[in-house]
Write a protein of this length. Structure first.
Lengths: 416, 383
C-alpha cells in the first residue's frame, strides 16, 4: 500500500482496494502524529468547529442534463450512462456545502465503465458456464441454482458496499477525501441474512437490519482521518416499529384498494377486460380488432392514472416509516462531538416521493437526474449538526479503489 | 487577490494571496509559495465560487467568482471540470454502439447458420431432450395412442427422403393455441387445437412438413445461437438494467430476432412443399390452411387470442399464400379418412378441458427478457 500520498501535492496512483477488506493497518501509514491527534485532540475542552449544512442546488438546472443524458444514452445504446451518471453526481455534490465550502465529486465515467466490464466478466463467465452445463451436459447442473441464488444475494450486498466505498473515496471536501473502511464480504453476509430473516418474519426484522447495515457503513466511514461513529442508543431513541406496523398493515389496505380500482376499470370496459383476462398473449392485436384506438388509449390512461394513485397511496402508508429511518439513522451518526439530526417528516417525504414518481412516470424515467437532485436537496436542507467537529484538522485519507461499483451497476442498483 | 487555499494534506483553510502572470498562478499561503501552470488547471464554477484544481493534485484554491473571472479573462480556455466526457468519447461510444448493433443484426445471424451446423449432434440431441422434458410438463401429450401413431407415421413418411440429422419424433399435445413447434433434436409438437382447426389431413401434413424442414436446416439450433449471442451481447451492453432506455434496446434486439424468423419460415415453407412432393402427397393443404387463417374462418371468439398470436410471428401472409399457391401440386391425400378421423379424436379431451372456460394460466412470453437461453417452445422454430 502506498505510504507517500501525504508527502506532496502529486497524488500517487490510487491503490486498488476493491472489495477486499481494508483495515487500518493496511491503510497508508500516515505520520504517527496523525493518529495520535485523533486519540488526543490538541488542547483541552471542546475543539473543532460548528458544522453547518447548506445547499446551492438549483433543481431546475437538472432538466438540461436529463435531456442530454437521455439523448446520448439513446445514440450509444446506453453505453454513455456511466459518464452521464458521474456528471450528475458531480453537479449534485457541488451543490452541497458545509460551512460554506462545497463538496466535490471526483469520480470519472471511465472508472464506472471499467468496473462494469470487470463485473460483467466476473458474473458473466460463471453464468454462461452454468447455462451451457445445464443445456448441453447434464440437467443435474441446474441444482446449482440454489447456491447460485445465495451467491447473488451475497454479491448484492457486497456490490452495494463497494459502491459506497467508491463513492466515499470520490467525495472530497476542502480537498480531503472520505474513506469507507470495513469489509464488503461482511456486508454481503449481512445482506444475505437480511433476506432470510425478512422471509421468515414477513419483513418484521427490517427495522433492526436498517440500523445494523447503517452501523456497518458509518462505523467505518471517515472524513480524511476523522472517524464517524455509530451510536446505537441514540439511533434507537427514534422508534421504527410503530411506523413500520403502519406501513405493513397499510400495504394490505393498498392491495384491497388496487383490486377495487382494477375491478372498476374492468367493469367499465368489459370488452377490454375479457381480452386481458383470457388473452395473456398478443393483447395489443386483439384490442386493435375490438376497440378503437381512442378507447384503447382511454383504458390505458385509466390504468396509468390508477397505478400512479395506488403508488401514491402506497408511498403514503410507508412515508412515516421511511422518514423515521432517515431520522433514526442520522441520529445514530456522529463525528467527533458533532451529532446529526434530520428533520424529515412523513408528509414532506410523501410529497417528495409522489412528485418524484410523477416526474419519472410521465418522462419515462428520463428525468431521473432531476429526481436525484430534488432528493439530495430535500435531505441536505433538512440536515443539521449539533456540537462541534474537528473538520479543519482532518488529514488526507488514503486513495480509494481505482474502479468499483461495477457489481452494483450490473444489478441495476445505485443510490444516485 | 484573496482566496482560500487547501493544501490537499489537511482540511485547514489557508488565506491565500493569489497572483497571475499570464503563464502561471502564484499562490502564497501558510508561508509557502505554490506555482500552478495555467495548462495544468481545471476549474469548477458553481454559485458564487470557483474551485481551481491542478492536475493529479488534491490541493484546491477557492476564489470568489468575480476574482476568478478577472484571472480567467487573461487565460485562454482553462479546462472546465466535467465528468461528462468530451466529443471524442461520445463519438467513440456511438461507434461502439453501432458496432454492437452491426454484430447483433448482421454478424450473429450470419454466424448462426455455420455455428448451428458445427454444433455436435449429440449436444443438440441432449438439448432437445431437456426442452422436451420441460415442455411435456406444460403441454401434456394427447391421450389417443392410435392417433399419435398415425401422426408419427405421417412424420416418418415425410422425413424418409430428407437429410434430417435426427429421427423425427412427432407428438400431439394439449395446448391452448393453434400451433406447432420444432424443438432441437428432431422433436415436433403439434397442438390439438391445430389438428381441430385443420379441415383435411393435407393441412396437418403441410404443417408437419414445414416443421421437418426446420429440423433438417437446423433452424432451431440457429435460433438458439442467435438469441444466445444477440441476447448476451445486448444484455452486456445494457448491463441488465431496468431503465426505459435499456428496455428499448432489448426490444429492438427482439424485433431483429423476429425478422430472421421470417426468413427461416419462408425457407421452411419451400422445403416443406418439396418434402410433400417427394412423399407423393398433395401440397394444396399449405395454402388452404394459410388462407383460412387469414380469412379468420376459425376466429371463433374462444380462439381469437391464439390465432392472432400465430399471425404475429408469420407476417407477410399474403406473400406466403401466393408462394404456396404458385408452387402447389396435387398428390395423394395424406391420410385415409379412417386415419384422419382417429387422429382428430386423439386430443378430443381438449373440448371438455376448455369448453367455455377462459384459458388456463399458461403465460408464455414471446421471448423471456434477459434470458440468453430459450427454454420456452415459442422461441424455437415456431410455426
Amino acid at each position: 500500500m502506498a505510504d507517500q500520498e501525504n508527502n506532496g501535492e502529486l497524488s500517487p496512483r490510487p491503490e486498488v482496494l476493491g472489495g477486499t477488506e481494508m483495515t487500518e493497518g493496511q491503510a497508508s501509514s500516515p505520520p504517527r502524529d496523525v493518529w495520535d491527534a485523533e486519540i488526543r485532540p490538541a488542547g483541552d475542552g471542546p475543539v473543532g468547529q460548528p458544522v453547518v449544512f447548506s445547499t446551492t442546488l438549483q433543481t431546475r438546472s437538472f432538466f438540461g442534463i436529463s435531456l442530454i443524458n437521455g439523448l446520448l444514452n439513446i445514440v450509444t445504446l446506453t453505453l454513455y450512462r456511466f459518464w452521464g451518471k458521474s456528471e450528475v453526481r458531480r453537479r449534485v455534490w457541488q451543490g452541497v456545502r458545509v460551512n460554506g465550502e462545497a463538496f466535490e465529486y471526483t469520480g470519472r465515467g471511465r472508472e464506472l465503465f471499467i468496473g462494469f466490464l470487470l463485473a460483467s466478466l466476473l458474473l458473466g463467465i460463471p453464468f454462461l458456464t452454468f447455462v451451457f452445463a445445464v443445456q448441453l451436459l447434464d440437467e443435474a447442473f441446474s441444482l446449482l441454482v440454489l447456491p447460485g441464488y445465495l451467491l447473488i444475494f451475497w454479491l448484492w450486498g457486497f456490490g452495494m458496499f463497494t459502491a459506497f466505498r467508491y463513492m466515499a473515496s470520490r467525495t472530497t471536501w476542502r480537498g480531503i477525501r472520505f474513506a469507507l473502511f470495513g469489509s464488503a464480504p461482511t456486508y454481503g453476509f449481512m445482506w444475505l441474512g437480511l433476506q432470510f430473516a425478512n422471509g421468515m418474519t414477513a419483513g418484521w426484522i427490517q427495522p433492526i437490519f436498517e440500523r445494523l447495515l447503517a452501523e456497518q457503513v458509518w462505523n467505518h466511514m471517515r472524513f480524511g482521518d476523522r472517524r464517524f461513529r455509530w451510536n446505537q442508543a441514540r439511533s434507537e431513541r427514534i422508534g421504527l416499529y410503530g411506523p413500520f406496523a403502519l406501513g405493513w398493515f397499510g400495504t394490505i389496505g393498498v392491495f384491497i384498494v388496487a383490486a377495487v380500482a382494477l375491478g372498476v376499470i374492468g367493469a367499465a370496459n368489459p370488452d377490454f377486460w375479457d381480452q386481458v383476462s383470457q388473452g395473456m398473449e398478443g393483447v395489443d392485436t386483439e384490442v386493435a380488432k375490438f376497440a378503437s384506438p381512442l378507447q384503447v388509449a382511454a383504458v390505458i390512461l385509466e390504468l396509468v392514472v390508477a397505478s400512479v394513485l395506488v403508488l401514491m397511496l402506497w408511498a403514503l402508508v410507508w412515508s412515516p416509516y421511511h422518514a423515521a429511518v432517515l431520522r433514526s439513522v442520522t441520529a445514530g451518526v456522529s463525528l467527533d462531538e458533532a451529532r446529526f439530526d434530520m428533520n424529515a417528516g412523513a408528509w414532506s417525504l410523501w410529497w417528495l416521493t409522489c412528485t418524484n414518481i410523477a416526474l419519472l412516470v410521465f418522462s419515462l424515467g428520463l428525468l431521473m437526474p432531476l429526481v436525484q437532485a430534488r432528493t439530495a436537496k430535500y435531505l441536505v436542507s433538512r440536515m443539521r449538526a449539533i456540537g462541534q467537529a474537528s473538520l479543519d484538522e482532518a488529514h488526507q485519507a488514503p486513495p480509494g479503489p481505482r474502479t468499483a461499483e461495477g457489481l452494483a451497476d450490473a444489478f441495476g442498483f445505485s443510490l444516485i | 487577490m484573496q482566496g482560500s487555499f487547501y493544501d490537499g494534506l489537511t482540511a485547514t483553510a489557508h488565506p491565500a494571496e493569489v497572483t497571475f502572470d499570464g503563464r502561471a498562478l502564484t499562490i502564497v499561503a501558510g508561508g509557502e509559495t505554490h506555482t500552478w501552470l495555467a495548462s495544468e488547471l481545471s476549474v469548477d464554477i458553481h454559485a458564487d465560487q470557483a474551485r481551481i484544481s491542478r492536475r493529479r493534485s488534491d490541493a484546491r484554491l477557492v476564489l470568489a467568482l468575480a476574482d476568478w473571472r478577472q484571472v480567467s479573462g487573461a487565460l485562454d480556455g482553462v479546462r472546465r471540470h466535467s465528468a461528462a466526457g468530451g466529443r471524442g468519447l461520445v463519438v467513440g461510444l456511438v461507434a461502439a454502439a453501432a458496432a454492437t448493433a452491426f454484430v447483433v443484426f448482421v454478424g450473429i445471424p450470419m454466424a448462426s447458420g455455420p455455428l448451428a451446423r458445427a454444433t455436435p449432434l449429440e449436444y443438440e440431441q441432449r438439448m432437445g431432450e431437456n426442452y422436451n422434458a420441460q415442455l411435456s410438463a406444460v403441454f401434456p401429450a394427447c391421450e389417443g395412442e392410435a392417433g399419435q401413431a398415425i401422426l408419427q407415421g405421417l412424420g416418418d413418411r415425410l422425413s424418409a427422403e430428407t437429410n434430417a440429422p435426427f429421427p423425427i419424433q412427432v407428438r400431439a399435445v394439449h395446448a391452448p393455441m393453434v400451433n406447432a413447434f420444432a424443438l432441437p433434436g428432431g422433436y415436433i409438437l403439434v397442438t390439438g387445437d391445430l389438428i381441430a382447426a385443420a379441415e383435411t389431413p393435407d393441412e396437418v401434413a403441410a404443417v408437419l412438413a414445414h416443421e421437418i424442414a426446420h429440423v433438417e436446416r437446423r433452424h432451431v439450433m440457429q435460433a438458439v445461437w442467435r438469441s444466445l449471442g444477440a441476447g448476451m451481447l445486448l444484455d452486456l451492453v445494457v448491463g441488465g438494467g431496468t431503465g426505459a432506455g435499456q428496455q428499448a434496446v432489448l426490444l429492438a434486439g427482439q424485433a431483429s430476432e423476429m425478422s430472421f424468423d421470417r426468413a427461416a419460415e419462408t425457407e421452411a415453407d419451400e422445403l416443406g412443399r418439396s418434402f410433400l412432393h417427394e412423399a407423393g402427397l398433395s401440397s394444396r393443404g399449405m395454402a388452404d390452411f394459410f388462407e383460412r387463417m387469414a380469412e379468420g374462418e376459425i376466429d371463433t371468439p374462444a380462439q381469437v387470442a391464439e390465432v392472432s398470436e400465430w399471425w404475429m410471428t408469420h407476417p407477410n401472409t399474403d406473400r406466403r399464400i401466393q408462394a404456396a399457391r404458385a408452387a402447389e401440386r396435387d398428390g395423394a391425400p395424406a391420410l385415409s379418412a379412417a386415419d384422419w378421423a382417429t387422429l382428430r379424436q386423439s386430443c378430443s379431451s381438449d373440448e371438455a378441458e376448455t369448453g367455455g372456460q377462459p384459458w388456463g394460466p399458461i403465460v408464455i412470453e414471446r421471448r423471456p427478457r434477459n434470458d440468453p437461453m430459450p427454454s420456452q417452445s415459442n422461441e424455437v422454430g415456431q410455426d
